[in-house]
Design a protein around this ligand. Sequence first.
Ligand SMILES: C[C@@](CO)(OP(=O)(O)O)[C@H](O)COP(=O)(O)OP(=O)(O)OC[C@H]1O[C@@H](n2ccc(N)nc2=O)[C@H](O)[C@@H]1O
Ligand SMILES: Nc1ncnc2c1ncn2[C@@H]1O[C@H](COP(=O)(O)OP(=O)(O)O)[C@@H](O)[C@H]1O
Length: 304
Amino acid sequence: MDTLKNCPAPAKLNLFLHVTGRRADGYHLLQTAFQLIDRADTLDFTLREDDAIRRVTAVPGVPEEGDLIIRAARLLQQEVLRRTGALPPGVDIAIHKLLPMGGGLGGGSSDAATTLMALNALWKAGLSKDELMALGLPLGADIPFFIFGATAFAEGVGEALQPVAVPDAWYVVIEPGVQVPTASIFTSDHLTRNTPAVIMADFSGHYAEQGSTLRQFGKNDLQQVATRLFPPVAQAVEWLGAYGDARMTGSGACVFCAFHSEEQADAVLESFNAQALSATVPSTWKGWKAKALQEHPLGVVIPL
Ligand SMILES: C[C@@](CO)(OP(=O)(O)O)[C@H](O)COP(=O)(O)OP(=O)(O)OC[C@H]1O[C@@H](n2ccc(N)nc2=O)[C@H](O)[C@@H]1O
Ligand SMILES: Nc1ncnc2c1ncn2[C@@H]1O[C@H](COP(=O)(O)OP(=O)(O)O)[C@@H](O)[C@H]1O
């Protein structure tokens, strides 16, 4: 096997996100729930004759050297060299981006996680799931979750993960046409950093009690800062809020709302599309639906 094509890198939603403190190094301590959804970037991997790692598709705004997929591939290549004394072959990576950047959907982290999982298989490197998660963490706090590959309750900076059951749902997601740099939210003076810690049973009990996903648990502490700095995020929360419990994911900019059925999600999107045509919602916004995924679609193909 020297190619792996159409490898999915799915998005995540943070169903809630509490900032409970700050580490000595400035990173924030979080509690969050990660939900995979079936909207994804896709990547193709083709081994090369030499040892170069190349991105063969352009990604506007992301230079090849700074791309998390290139950095992840080089990190694993060096790790294999360290373990075996032999440098694995280079690879051409094509990436087809569907997920918006700075959207809070974890696109860059998911691309990097898919790269680590695919190359671990192509190079027959044999790293365990835990080893790949630890390798990816310094590149991005969301990377371990994507390798973990299932709905999770997360603590620390997002790397301490426990599987958790959440009722099935369809989501409508609005992209409000802005990119939110994660650092601009975490460095804000307006961010509260003292939400009391919960336990996982508080989160899972919330859904068990109401028997549905329609009202989300807790809050997203990053939302008040993002809506203040980026008015389109506030407008999107208000627009989608007319149809249910709308909330921002991660550090924004995307806003989501959960529904029981695909039909309910379709009805909201119909309204979105009609209002886009009549220019009641800005032409820079995008709206789409996605289904909750119980497991990572690549993890099913190449189990770790
Ligand atoms: C907020 C979350 C929630 O899932 O997702 P996104 O909205 O980015 O998708 C993540 O914690 C994002 O983690 P990650 O993707 O690693 O963030 P990065 O872009 O590397 O971080 C940019 C900057 O944000 C700050 N940062 C990030 C994470 C964290 N727990 N505390 C922080 O203070 C740091 O200053 C860091 O340098
Ligand atoms: N493969 C990649 N895809 C997206 N963004 C990337 C990638 N590699 C590096 N980045 C950088 O990471 C930043 C955050 O992107 P992304 O992970 O998509 O958003 P978020 O963290 O809000 O979910 C981008 O603005 C970009 O500069």
